[in-house]
Write a protein that binds this ligand. Structure first.
Ligand SMILES: Nc1nc2c(ncn2[C@@H]2O[C@H](COP(=O)(O)OP(=O)(O)OP(=O)(O)O)[C@@H](O)[C@H]2O)c(=O)[nH]1
Ligand SMILES: [Mg+2]
Length: 426
């Protein structure tokens, strides 16, 4: 039997204060994105309401009068849930539910819900549950009878076997259990990673805003491999957060050397902080990549803001030193003549038509193989981690312990040459 879709009303606040940061995504775009998110969670979006205010109302977010209007409107349209475009406090949720009389959730709970439905790997599930528990903890008091139910639709679903229990002690216990389990998973991943680093296969990570085409591009790139078959394809779909788990696949450079492609979870503006925290561990793969492909949907009118969101997350991951090629995807949807720039590190492509995929592969090859540099390095003793990475990758055998660090003669490829330039002696 098919479940009836939950009917939702979306409510956003347009802060009209003159001090408002001008780099925010405009309210209409933000609400359209919220609509896509709600659809991705399986909801039937009935209408969107935007309220102009100078600031948020502390108790009711949109103000009590507006909340009362929303109640009447919801009754007339038989709405099941009201979704607010920003993160709400526990008190705001409780107050709004009391007035409106139906379930109220915020953008954060919505995103967490999508993640809860989509996470596949054990680690992904644990991370989402951790973020959910952390979200619920300070809101226990606010979660009234409507929210305290589990398994009651959007915003209440959990990825694990465990029901989310509305009891502080239980939540705290569960959080420490999850953290312990995650530590185990992490250990395994580190072992795998060090094996990979030793094997010396370059790693290329695809990052970018959700729906930019990272997974589609991954599938294009992995076709180059001799062992490629369709079942190696990663999941891609016109839907926000199609990918939640980091996947690794083999591919070949034009010069036939093997490399690994990492497809990652996409970003979205106002990504809940706990979720960023939770996914940092998974996204660590990006930090260890030799090259990042920053995939951008060039046809999106907010592509520059989306790029900034991605760059912010890369900064948080401390992955800004890794070389980047900016890949403007969906060139087929641009109605102006694309001027595939001379810039080495930028390329316009279309996964749909195959336009410039070959050029991109050439650029990847150049970037990760580049010129080899024979150099002397001096790594301070407190950066033994860096020394080990270089040692494993370049199979250096002769090194000396000097007064101010470890000295060695090594051969670095282009990307490592850039990455470790601070430690290279003239
Ligand atoms: N027109 C056009 N559509 C594309 C192109 N590349 C990808 N798409 C479509 O864009 C949608 C999103 O693609 P995905 O590859 O799933 O995007 P993603 O970046 O992996 O998204 P998340 O996993 O949600 O972060 C799909 O419907 C693709 O078919 C392209 O070059 N042109
Ligand atoms: Mg994807």
């Amino acid at each position: 039997m098919e479940e009836r879709k939950e009917k939702v009303l979306l409510v956003g606040l347009n802060i009209t204060n003159i001090f408002r940061k001008s780099d925010n995504i405009e309210i209409n775009d933000s609400m359209n994105e919220l609509e896509e998110l709600a659809k991705a969670a399986g909801a039937d979006v009935v209408d969107k309401i935007i309220q102009n205010r100078q600031s948020r109302d502390v108790a009711f977010y949109v103000g009590k009068g507006k909340a009362e209007e929303i109640k009447v409107y919801c009754e007339s349209l038989d709405i099941d849930i009201v979704i607010f475009n920003d993160e709400l406090s526990g008190a705001q949720i409780r107050n709004l539910e009391e007035v409106i009389g139906i379930r109220v959730i915020d953008r954060t709970a919505l995103i967490l819900d999508i993640f809860a439905q989509r996470a596949l790997s054990k680690e992904g599930k644990l991370q989402v549950e951790l973020a959910q528990q952390k979200y619920r903890l300070p809101r226990l008091y606010g979660l009234g009878k409507e929210m305290s139910r589990t398994g009651a639709g959007i915003g209440t679903r959990g990825p694990g076997e465990q029901k989310l229990e509305i009891d502080k002690r239980h939540i705290l216990n569960r959080i420490s259990d999850i953290k312990r389990e995650l530590k185990e998973v992490k250990k395994n991943r580190e072992i795998q990673r060090s094996q990979r680093l030793r094997s010396n296969i370059p790693i290329v990570a695809l990052v970018g805003y959700t729906n930019a085409g990272k997974s589609t591009l991954t599938n294009e790139i992995i076709k180059t491999h001799k062992e490629y078959s369709k079942d190696k394809n990663v999941f891609s779909k016109d839907m926000l957060f199609a990918t939640l788990d980091v996947t690794l696949r083999k591919a070949l450079l034009p010069n036939k050397r093997e490399f690994l492609v990492v497809d990652t979870v996409g970003f979205v503006s106002k990504l809940p902080h706990d979720l960023v925290e939770a996914f940092k561990a998974t996204l660590e793969e990006v930090k260890y990549a030799d090259l990042i492909l920053h995939v951008v949907d060039a046809s999106n009118s907010n592509y520059d803001l989306q790029m900034n969101t991605t760059l912010d997350v890369l900064k948080e991951l401390k992955a800004l030193e890794t070389p980047v090629i900016t890949v403007f995807n969906k060139a087929d949807k641009l109605d102006y003549e694309v001027n595939a720039k001379k810039d080495e590190d930028v390329v316009f492509i279309s996964c749909k038509t195959g336009y410039n995929i070959g050029l991109l592969l050439d650029k990847i090859e150049k970037k990760i193989m580049g010129n080899l540099h024979k150099v002397a390095i001096l790594i301070p003793y407190d950066r033994g981690d860096i020394f080990n990475t270089i040692k494993n990758k370049t199979n250096v055998e002769n090194f000396e312990y000097k007064e101010d660090g470890i000295y060695a003669q090594v051969i670095l490829d282009e990307s490592d040459y850039g990455r470790y330039k601070d430690y290279i002696l003239d």
